[in-house]
Write a protein that binds this ligand. Structure first.
Ligand code: ZN
Ligand code: ZN
Length: 265
């Protein structure tokens, strides 16, 4: 089993990442990775957030580019992933993509609440009640996506803390229900290191949720969420240390797809 793998890497096709795909691969090789996966923002329904993703007509180019990189770089396994948004009605478009048969794994994530971007949130939240309701809505959308049967990995699961940094308890309580769904559906949870480099200042998910993840026996994979080449594999040593401290050890390729850490058996 490979030693180092980063499964959450973006490309310029999403309009908010920089650097050629080849630069991401070279960075991974330099950092000693033997496996990576591109997981750029998947095309969605025609009206759905076109500014932050490739178009459906660009999708075959994305696949072709990765195939060419595979041919060019023999020392590293390059997987074809995609990061889909969970939003009402996302399923038919994703099914269509999956029908091409070229995708190795799918990360599912929530980036919007009530059509407002979490990263660019500037809607007033006027009461604790409203805050709790928004948090619940975020996680409910995630649970619906998890139950779709179309994804393998749940991405940056407590991203909502970006908006509500002081709502740790409410996020934890609602997050546990999501972890139970992940366990039921036998999906993988992503330990996403980008939170460390951004406003939350900690991993997605937080350590307390990761401990529940462990107790539920959920496999975990690592993702940098790199939007520029230098961030491939960023903060992975700290992530592995955290996993080890919690009890994650053994590595296994989950359902033949990607490398995960499993609770010590
Ligand atoms: Zn992005
Ligand atoms: Zn994301």
């Amino acid at each position: 089993v490979q030693e180092k793998a980063d499964y959450h890497i973006h490309t310029e096709l999403c309009h908010h990442a920089s650097g050629a795909m080849e630069e991401y691969v070279r960075e991974a090789l330099e950092k000693g990775f033997d496996e990576i996966g591109f997981a750029d923002h998947a095309p969605g329904a025609p009206e759905y957030d076109p500014d932050h993703r490739m178009t459906i007509t660009q999708f075959p180019d994305y696949i072709n580019d990765i195939h060419q990189l595979r041919d060019k770089f023999a020392d590293i396994d390059i997987k074809i992933g995609i990061e889909t948004d969970f939003y009402p009605g996302f399923e038919p478009f994703l099914e269509n993509l999956l029908r091409s048969g070229s995708i190795d794994y799918v990360i599912g994530s929530v980036h919007f609440i009530q059509e407002e971007s979490i990263f660019h949130w500037n809607r007033p939240v006027t009461s604790k009640n409203m805050e709790i309701q928004l948090i619940r809505q975020y996680f409910e959308e995630m649970r619906q996506g998890i139950r779709s049967g179309l994804v393998d990995v749940v991405g940056h699961m407590d991203l909502v803390k970006w908006i509500f940094p002081d709502a740790g308890k409410d996020i934890f309580d609602a997050g546990i229900e999501v972890l139970e769904s992940i366990s039921q559906e036998e999906l993988i949870l992503e330990l996403n290191t980008s939170g460390l480099r951004n406003r939350p200042g900690e991993f997605y998910p937080c350590e307390d949720l990761l401990k529940i993840t462990y107790e539920l026996g959920i496999p975990v994979c690592l993702g940098s969420d790199a939007h520029e080449p230098q961030n491939v594999g960023a903060n992975f040593p700290e992530a592995v240390e955290l996993l080890n401290n919690i009890g994650y050890r053994q590595k296994q390729r989950w359902k033949g797809k990607i490398i995960t850490y499993l609770p010590e058996s």
